[in-house]
Design a protein around this ligand. Structure first.
Ligand code: ZN
Length: 394
């Protein structure tokens, strides 16, 4: 018989939109048995259930980070450090970073690019060692063109056969999602600029179709407006960055494309870390509002948003989810919406809406206990009292 765990606190957000005073969550094994008003939930607990009470605290679902790179160390030298490290060192670093994510309240993580299926190997190691860790979805080696964006992850594909072979290999190695570098990016010398496409819509369709044969969704890295449009046309599930660039300091937000994303449930991941504040100061208020304002615009058009920070890139640390979420507050999003994006919306966008992202019977016991009330002040999320990841205590 698994011992039950009854958590009680001054308030509960079974979902951010339904706050209630005096709540409880009853957990058995890795599942939530009940969540809601304290008296109702406590009445269902077995007499020998372990009880933990958190006066003044809030019970809520664990947070998401839908875009990280666990094999990058978030320093300025992250790329040379990555290139100079052997697989064992990268796996050790990834384990340490997953632990940071967990302790900061993140219970679901999506890694969108590493080499040699290291993420999947780390996941298997953690399972075998019985170590508490966030749920980890991994992409393995992202598809890119020869010498293209992030070619050092080992995902260069020169033709259709190579595309199919790499997708097969990623799937066999345990990938949960196929990542394609639809446009150029910032951290790779040479190759396409950020706003230039690396794959045309025909190749992207082939990628989406072949990934679907393995039951896998496709995440497209796309800064360029053309790359975003082609990716949406091809049927990817998420657009990473989604900056609508057409040149240096130029963007072209395409309303028709965004409306199609909204209609088809194609989510956008901002990939903004706590660096946004420094970047905004450097850019100046007007330019910053224009660059980050794409998120408000996507929200108005009904495009699902995912919380993800590109953790691992310089300054994008693994243990400050709040610093990243504060961008949305600066843009004028309400705190309820911000918490929804960080929990249930990200779950739905990653196809995990029936698994986690809310506190409800039958869902995974991914529970965060923070001091204070994050609906009144987001920084309450910094005061983590307890994290349960699939029922297991951090
Ligand atoms: Zn990334």
């Amino acid at each position: 018989m698994t011992l039950q765990l009854l958590l009680t606190a001054s308030r509960i957000l079974t979902r951010p939109g339904t706050p209630a005073e005096d709540g409880a969550v009853l957990v058995e094994g890795d599942r939530i048995l009940a969540a809601g008003p304290r008296a109702e939930v406590a009445a269902q607990a077995a007499p020998d259930a372990e009880k933990l009470d958190f006066p003044g605290a809030t019970l809520m679902p664990g947070l998401f980070n839908a875009h990280v790179h666990l094999t990058f160390d978030a320093t300025r030298e992250m790329l040379p450090n990555f290139l100079a490290s052997d697989d064992a060192a990268l796996r050790a670093g990834a384990r340490e970073r997953l632990d940071r994510l967990l302790r900061s309240g993140v219970t679901t993580v999506r890694d969108l690019g590493d080499r040699a299926a290291l993420g999947a190997r780390v996941r298997a190691e953690l399972d075998a060692d019985g170590v508490t860790a966030p749920r980890l979805l991994t992409a393995g080696s992202p598809l890119t063109v020869p010498n293209g964006h992030c070619h050092f992850f080992g995902g260069e594909v020169a033709d259709d056969d190579a595309i199919r072979t790499l997708i097969d290999a990623n799937a066999a190695a345990g990938a949960d999602v196929i990542k394609v570098m639809a446009s150029g990016g910032q951290i790779t010398e040479g190759g396409a600029d950020m706003w230039e496409s690396q794959f045309d819509v025909r190749a992207l369709r082939l990628i989406v179709g072949h990934a679907a044969r393995h039951g896998l969704p496709v995440a497209a890295h796309a800064h360029g407006a053309d790359a975003i449009e082609a990716s949406v046309e091809a049927g990817v599930r998420t657009i990473e960055h989604c900056t609508w660039m057409t040149g240096p300091q130029r963007q072209d937000r395409r309303e028709g494309v965004a409306k199609r994303m909204a209609a088809e449930g194609i989510a956008a991941c901002s990939t903004s870390s706590r660096n946004w504040r420094m970047l905004a100061e450097r850019m100046g208020e007007d330019l910053a509002k224009n660059v980050y304002g794409r998120l408000s615009w996507l929200e108005e058009l009904g495009v699902p948003l995912l919380s993800g920070t590109d953790a691992g890139l310089p300054g994008s640390v693994f243990d400050d989810p709040v610093g990243a979420l504060e961008l949305y507050e600066w843009l004028g999003f309400g705190r309820r919406r911000i918490l929804e994006i960080a929990t249930e919306d990200s779950a739905a966008g990653l196809g995990l809406g029936d698994v986690t992202g809310r506190l409800a019977p039958g869902l995974s016991a991914d529970v965060l206990v923070v001091d204070g009330d994050p609906l009144k002040d987001l920084s309450a999320l910094r005061d983590v009292r307890l994290v349960l990841a699939r029922g297991s205590r951090a």
